[in-house]
Design a binder for this molecule. Structure first.
Ligand SMILES: Cc1cc2nc3c(=O)[nH]c(=O)nc-3n(C[C@H](O)[C@H](O)[C@H](O)COP(=O)(O)OP(=O)(O)OC[C@H]3O[C@@H](n4cnc5c(N)ncnc54)[C@H](O)[C@@H]3O)c2cc1C
Length: 374
């Protein structure tokens, strides 16, 4: 890279996906540009639950299970790099996690689903345990009396996702990269030797572009001959007051942060571009949390919010390089916290080298049979 363009790489979207890819490219310094729409945009990176999660992932696409496990393995190194580069500790904890089942039928269905998942041909197997209430209560003091049980996997964990996002941005600034918030990209125009990236504040030129704008990628990807068939899926989260540490491990729907805040999350709702919080869903989430840990009944709710996931038709990530314009790449997924480590440590170097590895071929949007330029 080098040439006559202003930047070697322009990453469009400063959420967790664009931020992690840019972090992996930060050695480019002033030759790397990160453009972000800003506060008015839909931003999953600012409203997520913070799990670095493995169990349950990969049903229907074993390669996704392996990709997730790889990210889990890369996470400690990635977190250390973010700390070195930004001074921010993202509070990574990977001591295992639990998926709780309130009634016996839920537990039975969960056990069957995990058994089918790891039995898939080609699946990179991992160990998990199906625990009844008594076994679970040994790990989770204060567990409700009528909880049926849960599944435990040593690979799961969590982190502070807002500190992660902040740390990525800070690291980019410190590396001398060019960050432009409040710069919504309106148009990408492929030229023979570069891409013109137009924003209301001016046009930038780059040899390569990475479209990583979350839900904004739906409009941008076709401009470089790619398809991003993504839809919003709402998730609501409840933040309780800070409490004395009582939850040693994260659950898939309940976790205690490193500063003691208890988070209850997160719903899965199909309703378009709607970020409103709705009491009936919050009430159902709170009721389940109180059944799981009756002591939570006395806790105060500090705030609630909703955010939109970036969801592909089959729920798996989308990674692609444009055949018509090979300097253009697309990255989108709904588990951008979990996958941040592979986005920085594996995907970014591949983009820098100029092509995606064959191992990422299963994530091409061609699997949806959507029209692309070439
Ligand atoms: C409620 C909820 C809970 C979640 N929990 C977890 C979890 O526990 N673990 C996990 O791994 N993942 C979780 N996720 C998913 C995770 O947050 C997302 O995968 C991740 O944030 C997606 O990152 P992104 O960068 O693709 O999109 P976003 O975070 O949405 O960022 C997109 C960015 O692109 C910018 N943008 C958009 N359009 C343009 C444009 N035209 N020009 C320039 N910039 C543009 C926006 O400003 C925005 O900053 C959760 C998501 C939600 C909503």
């Amino acid at each position: 890279m080098g040439g006559g363009a202003q930047f070697d790489v322009a990453v469009i979207g400063g959420g967790l996906v664009g931020g992690a890819i840019a972090f992996g490219l930060r050695a480019l310094g002033p030759r790397l540009l990160l453009l972000d729409e800003g506060d008015q945009a839909f931003r999953a990176a600012r409203g997520n639950f913070g799990l670095v999660w493995v169990q349950g992932k990969g049903a229907g696409l074993p390669r996704y299970g392996a990709w997730t496990q790889r990210s889990r393995r890369e996470w400690p190194r990635f977190a250390a790099e973010v700390f070195d580069a930004s001074g921010l500790d993202v509070a990574l904890s990977q001591r295992g996690g639990i998926h709780l089942c309130l009634d016996p039928r839920e537990l039975e269905a969960r056990a069957a689903a995990l058994a089918a998942l790891v039995d898939q041909p080609g699946f990179e197997r991992y160990d998990y345990e199906v625990l009844d209430r008594n076994a679970l209560a040994k790990q989770l003091p204060g567990l409700g009396i009528d909880v049926a049980g849960g599944t435990w996997c040593s690979l799961d964990g969590h982190c502070n996702p807002l500190r992660l996002l902040h740390g990525l941005h800070l690291a980019l600034q410190r590396a001398g990269c060019v960050l432009r918030p409040q710069h919504p990209v309106a148009r990408i125009t492929p030229r023979a030797d570069r891409f013109d990236v137009a924003t209301p504040a001016g046009t930038f030129t780059a040899e390569r572009v990475v479209v990583a704008a979350g839900l904004g990628s739906v409009k941008l990807a076709p401009m470089v001959g790619l398809a991003a068939p993504l839809r919003p899926q709402k998730g609501q989260v409840i933040a309780l007051e800070r409490m004395r540490p009582f939850l040693p491990l994260p659950l898939s729907t309940l976790r205690q942060t490193d500063d003691g805040t208890v988070l209850i999350g997160d719903s899965q709702e199909e309703g378009g571009l709607d970020e409103t919080v709705a009491l009936p869903v919050l009430a159902a989430m709170a009721a389940r949390a109180v059944r799981a840990f009756p002591a939570l009944r006395a806790a105060h709710v500090n705030r609630t919010w909703a955010a939109l996931r970036v969801m592909s038709p089959d729920g798996f990530p989308i990674y692609a390089q444009s055949a018509a314009h090979p300097g253009a790449f697309l990255a989108a997924c709904h588990s951008g916290v979990t996958l941040a480590a592979v986005h920085a440590e594996v995907l970014a170097p591949a983009i820098a080298a100029g092509s995606l590895p064959p191992s990422l071929a299963p994530f091409s949007p061609r699997r949806f049979d959507v029209p692309q330029a070439a």
